[in-house]
Design a protein around this ligand. Structure first.
Ligand code: ZN
Length: 365
């Protein structure tokens, strides 16, 4: 194990990119928690760090750090569908496509590989479970907008814990089917709000909420600690299945929405909320050897830059100004933070497809 110090902005140590003491390759990976901050790149993490007066973030506990390249099959600026397909399935596809190759061929996801290897599976998000990022782990559609078909594909997915919004795609459908009733008939318990989710006793569980506000707009207390609490609840339910480990995908979905709106307060609050959930997942990995936690984004949203308001900033610290350059996504590379068993596999520079390839190799062995 090469000892090294990780300095800001990912000047990776040649050879390892890992903090000393962990990620030594000796521990079998039994379970994986993949945490995706949608629209979260280094600018969003930097903004949170600055707003925290550079106090250490939970994410900074990571044992190994890497960088992923995010371009899609047809655009150097990816959308969430192509990026999630790359990270879930290991293949490049075109923007807008979910779980399929550019020619429409279905791609197998890491969640499928985990299930085939006897592991429990889960999806926890802060937006629709039928949205592009979670969909890439369970569904195969040529158009990410086809969310009723994505909901239908959850029916046969066998996913043990599903939590997020998007209820209308299940029971407010144009074809008149009630997928919630159908999944109940398959043995799923149903939770209509986060309170019911937190008191759920067993998997399989379908938790579908009407909508979720930003943390900063949470006047009704709907969000509260949902992200972290739902993550911990899902871990408890997945463990309770008695299967040999699990694969859980957690997405902080609204960082991206805040980025599209160029709303820095929403972005910082959502990133802070996500960071709290990351800390809870790292704590879980500490208590459960054999757990790998991988934290990354799918792309950066907003082209956020953090600059000095003063042209001459040599004399005094006049603070910083957050400036957005787009209401869409940017092509900037995205950091990868790895913690626990197998963390060393994610040090260095990689393609976004390598995340799925390496996770499949770890879980399929
Ligand atoms: Zn977006």
């Amino acid at each position: 194990m090469k000892k090294c110090i990780i300095v800001p902005f990912l000047l990776l140590c040649f050879l390892s990119g890992c903090a000393a003491g962990r990620g030594d390759g000796q521990e079998r990976v039994r379970s994986v928690i993949l945490m995706i901050g949608d629209g979260m790149g280094l600018p969003q993490i930097t903004a949170l760090s600055i707003e925290n007066a550079y106090a250490p973030l939970e994410i900074e506990r990571a044992h190994c750090i890497g960088i992923q390249k995010t371009g899609s099959a047809n655009n150097r600026v990816t959308d969430s569908a192509a990026a999630a397909t790359a990270m879930a399935c290991g293949g490049k596809t075109c923007n807008g496509m979910v779980g399929v190759a550019p020619d429409g061929t279905p791609l197998e996801s890491v969640l499928d590989v985990a299930a085939e290897n006897g592991k429990a599976t889960g999806i926890v998000v802060t937006y629709a479970v039928t949205d592009a990022t979670p969909a890439a782990f369970v569904a195969h559609v040529a158009d990410r907008g086809d969310q009723e078909t994505i909901a239908l594909q959850y029916l046969d997915s066998g996913v043990d814990v599903i939590a997020g919004t998007g209820r209308s795609y299940f029971d407010g459908r144009r074809d008149g089917r009630d997928l919630i009733a159908e999944m109940r008939a398959y043995g799923y318990d149903f939770a209509p709000d986060s309170k019911a989710l937190m008191s759920a006793g067993k998997a399989p569980l379908l938790a579908l909420f009407d909508d979720m506000p930003y943390v900063v707009n949470d006047t009704l207390g709907i969000r509260g600690g949902y992200m972290g609490d739902a993550t911990v609840k899902a871990l408890e339910l997945l463990e309770g299945t008695g299967k040999d480990g699990f694969f859980l995908m957690v997405e902080s979905s609204l960082i991206d929405k805040g980025g599209h709106a160029n709303d820095i307060a929403a972005v910082v609050a959502e990133t802070a909320d996500f960071d709290r959930a990351v800390g809870m997942a790292f704590d879980y990995a500490d208590r459960h050897p054999g757990t790998l936690v991988l934290v990354t984004g799918d792309h950066e949203t907003g082209g956020l830059t953090i600059v000095s308001p003063e042209t001459d900033f040599r004399s005094a610290d006049a603070g910083v100004e957050y400036r957005y350059s787009t209401t869409s996504h940017s092509a900037t590379f995205i950091p990868v933070y790895a913690y626990g068993a197998g963390a060393e596999k994610f040090a260095g520079v990689m393609d976004n497809t390598d995340i799925a390839k390496r996770l499949k190799a770890l879980l399929g062995a």
